[in-house]
Design a protein. Sequence first.
Length: 146
Amino acid sequence: MQVDFYHLTKAPLERVLPQIAEKVLAGGARLLVVAGEEALRKQIDQRLWSYAPASFLPHGEAGEAWDAEQPILIAGQVLATNGARYVALIDGLWRDEALAFDRVFHFFDEDNIAAARVAWRALGEREGIDRRYWRQDENGRWAQVA
């Protein structure tokens, strides 16, 4: 399984997550988006509706009607009632339950870098996990640094 650590240094989560979600959907997969804070979940919900004028990312919030049919499901816990095999942890907190998925996108900023380093080291000790660390360069492009 693959775990991608995304260190947000230039572009905010609200701009990066929709781009990742769009690629996941284009590949025919589903995505679970996890954040503990309701305010962050609401913010991402709004952003997925309006991130680009010509696009629309179909999604819903967990606990509402039609969870199982949602290509992107926003939830407070790591429970893919939409059948997702990809999960995005967007609040900077690592959750071991994510290891049950095929691919994990772990987003964090400077406030959560210490916790991300702990998760990175812990995952390095486990077999079968391909870790990748992405950081934005001075031009805002993503570069794999580990």
